[in-house]
Design a protein around this ligand. Structure first.
Ligand code: ARG
Length: 321
């Protein structure tokens, strides 16, 4: 039984191409304060020290920008996640850019090396690139390739220098060495903006993607139950919620890589509430709120906070059983 929620504030944005997702954590907190909510006062929290100062330095790793610092950040987050789980607490992680998930997943795996972990990835993007295939060099497009330990070399487009390749190997081996999860233990919700190399990999390794249209035609609860059934071999589940899974035209463009035709707020609430209904979920992470890009004031953070308010009770209920 876990004692309570522990909030982890991981204000790092160095894995993204645009600055500002480090401020997403504070934007969500300000949304709570402006609503008169005590949310962030109700739970213990811990802050992960960042390497955001590294944006001022020129970086040689064009196919994996600031990989040395991202690796260090992920090491730090992994250690905090491990410490939180070991203390019997539920890590509720607020991160900047999505490269953080490498650390979160590594921390879970380091805590439970013998257990089988599944990942539910709610996102517009597949985040399956390696330095060999990336179109942007941004590490927030690579966390799942690092997690499943897949370079996708048959789709290689970049000649990666030795030093970058060495850091990439380190990144793949945070927490415990080797892949943290099997590709069949990864399920996507809402992925709709991918590159061809990612599509090929998704096809080759057989990752299920519950697209927005499929969920609307088959009903949310049917799809969520089916996803959980697919992951029935897993002992534990980690849920990663990238706010760009939501429709940027409908909600807000307050995120680094906004994509239209995504989920609405109610769909995310229904989805995450039902996912957390599985007592296998031991960690939840929210990422990529960027208030500097929000043309609607602080709307992305406000919507994200409303979603969090809905799922917190289900998490707490599970902690009691
Ligand atoms: N976590 C994210 N927002 N990822 C966006 C990745 C976009 C694109 N596929 C890239 O690799 O650059």
């Amino acid at each position: 039984m876990r004692k309570s929620i522990k909030i982890i504030k991981n204000r790092s944005d160095i894995g993204a191409g645009t600055r500002g997702s480090d401020m997403g954590v504070d934007a969500i907190e300000i949304a709570a304060i402006n609503k008169g909510s005590q949310y962030f006062n109700n739970f213990p929290f811990i802050e992960v020290q960042t390497r955001n100062e590294s944006v001022y330095r020129a970086d040689q790793n064009v196919f994996a920008k600031r990989i040395e610092e991202v690796k260090e950040q992920c090491d730090r987050l992994a250690a905090v996640v491990q410490q939180t789980l070991t203390a019997g607490e539920f890590p509720l992680i607020f991160s900047g850019d999505h490269s953080s998930a490498i650390g979160s997943i590594a921390g879970i795996k380091a805590t439970y090396p013998e257990k089988t972990l599944g990942v539910i990835w709610i996102d517009a993007h597949a985040d399956l690139h390696s330095p060999y295939t990336t179109p942007s060099g941004n590490l927030h497009g690579m966390p799942l390739a690092a997690t499943i330990g897949e370079d996708n070399l048959s789709c290689k487009i970049n000649d990666v220098p030795e030093l970058t390749a060495a850091y990439w190997e380190h990144l793949k081996n945070i927490g415990v060495s080797g892949p943290k999860i099997k590709p069949e233990h990864l399920v996507y919700f809402g992925v709709r903006d991918t590159e061809e190399s990612e599509d090929i990999l998704i096809q080759n390794v057989g990752i299920k993607n519950y697209q927005v249209a499929e969920i609307r035609s088959r009903e949310m609860d049917v799809c969520v139950q089916e996803a959980l059934a697919k992951l029935s071999d897993c002992d534990f589940l980690y849920v990663s919620f990238d706010v760009d899974s939501m429709d940027c035209d409908l909600i807000s463009d307050g995120t680094g890589t906004p994509v239209p035709k995504g989920f609405d707020q109610q769909e995310i609430i229904a989805m995450t509430e039902q996912l957390i209904g599985s007592d296998k979920v031991i960690c939840f992470e929210v990422v990529e709120v960027n208030p500097l890009l929000d043309h609607k004031g602080n709307r992305m953070a406000e919507v994200t906070f409303e979603i969090l308010e809905h799922i917190t009770q289900p998490i707490l209920i599970h902690l009691l059983v």
